[in-house]
Design a protein around this ligand. Sequence first.
Ligand SMILES: NC(=O)c1ccc[n+]([C@@H]2O[C@H](COP(=O)([O-])OP(=O)(O)OC[C@H]3O[C@@H](n4cnc5c(N)ncnc54)[C@H](O)[C@@H]3O)[C@@H](O)[C@H]2O)c1
Length: 272
Amino acid sequence: MINYLVTGGAGFIGSSLCDELLKSEGNHIIAIDNFCDFYDVRIKENNIKELIKNPNFKLYRNDIRDKKAITKIFAENNIDIVIHLAAMAGVRSSIENPILYQDVNCMGTQNILEAMKEFNINNLVMASSSSVYGNCRKTPFKEDMIVDYPISPYAATKKANEIMTHVYHKLYNMNVIMLRLFTVYGPRQRPDLAINKFTKLMLADEEIPMYGKGTTSRDYTYISDIVDGIIKASNYCIKNNNIYEILNLGNSFPVTLRKMIDIIRTSFKCKT
Ligand SMILES: NC(=O)c1ccc[n+]([C@@H]2O[C@H](COP(=O)([O-])OP(=O)(O)OC[C@H]3O[C@@H](n4cnc5c(N)ncnc54)[C@H](O)[C@@H]3O)[C@@H](O)[C@H]2O)c1
């Protein structure tokens, strides 16, 4: 039996992960989410509507910045591993609101780390991001590349998370796995992400806002592969002692924006 604490449990990746974890008998989930309005809260309510019927799923509607509330959650539950996904995500919006990103992603994470320290919880799997690679030109991106030059507040907070979790690993022997996720897509994808946005526009026969010629490319990862990777990382984390690892969770088959749009167009037989 494993008791997971999943932060950001109502979000795109968090809720998909919880669905999968609860398919295995003996797994219990304590989820934390503050249902912030970064995107329509009804989407998040919908993500968890089946989960909350499951007796092995316990939801706390709290903010990870609320130290008192977080301490209380840790005091009330037996936790084997923390899967920390709660964050303000999104590169562009972080440029508009850097203080909020710093507050949630850095101070919120620090509260989680402090609670883990206080309650002697030694296993942490956390979402970092491919955005830490910034303008790195050399591909494929490798975990041991120097990523000291982020180009957005969001990326800077994720890099800061990688550094701060290392401190807790060193000082308190915490097992830490930082997963650098590469743009995740699939059912429940966040509405601010391109595939979701473009599909809606194309289905409504509306024009897609293109910056440049559509030649920029990025790696996309399907949600079930990400969930699988998080679960495998969690099992690895629990079975090991005193580890700190940074892992890319993606592939190396960049798709151009133009190609991505063509694929959506063909799949949905759109005219635009
Ligand atoms: N989706 C991607 O392509 C992608 C890529 C790289 C990294 N990530 C990382 O993966 C994680 C999950 O991303 P997602 O796409 O599921 O995003 P999401 O926004 O759907 O999920 C994040 C969840 O965290 C919650 N949250 C935000 N602030 C909080 C706070 N202060 N207290 C408690 N809960 C809070 C939100 O309400 C949301 O439900 C994030 O850490 C994100 O940075 C995602």
